[in-house]
Design a protein around this ligand. Structure first.
Ligand code: ZN
Length: 156
């Protein structure tokens, strides 16, 4: 697999994206999972498998985010996994909402950007509108996983 990004971003945001692309976090597989989903985008071959375990308080304590495809989905999947740690289902839904707002071109207040941490870097993807889908694919998996968790009656 190539270690070179197919798009180039400069500055701090670009550096954060390349760091997550080259050294993706939370790629180890995970067996049992409370949140599990898989998404595939035939447009560019992007693929993501998300699995997460919740603790007794319903917070993420272990997450596995395995992605394949372009640099953007791999960076987004890695950053999302990091951002998921310690969060409850409601907090994950809020994080996902904020990230979608950012990718839709809305300027978020400083407090919201602080909540997104490294994920804020992905706003540079807005320069490549057709690639926004790549950044959102892991989040579709998260939202699907959360919806199924809800249907299953929640974590207790
Ligand atoms: Zn892609």
């Amino acid at each position: 697999m190539s270690q070179f990004s197919d798009v180039s971003f400069d500055g701090l945001y670009g550096a954060a994206i390349m760091d997550h692309f080259r050294n993706p976090r939370h790629r180890a597989p995970l067996g049992d999972a409370d949140i599990a989903a898989h998404e595939f985008n035939p447009f560019c071959g992007d693929e993501v498998t998300l699995r997460a375990q919740l603790d007794a308080d319903g917070r993420v304590f272990r997450v596995s985010s395995q992605s394949q495809g372009c640099s953007i989905i791999q960076a987004s999947a890695s950053m999302m996994a990091e951002g998921m740690e310690g969060k409850s289902a409601a907090e994950l839904a809020e994080l996902s909402r904020l990230f979608r707002e950012l990718m839709q071109g809305n300027d978020l207040p400083a407090a919201a950007l602080a909540q997104l941490k490294d994920l804020a870097a992905l706003q540079v993807v807005r320069r490549y509108p057709v690639r926004i889908k790549c950044a959102l694919l892991p989040w579709m998996a998260l939202e699907e996983g959360l919806a199924e968790l809800g249907r299953a009656g929640g974590a207790g």
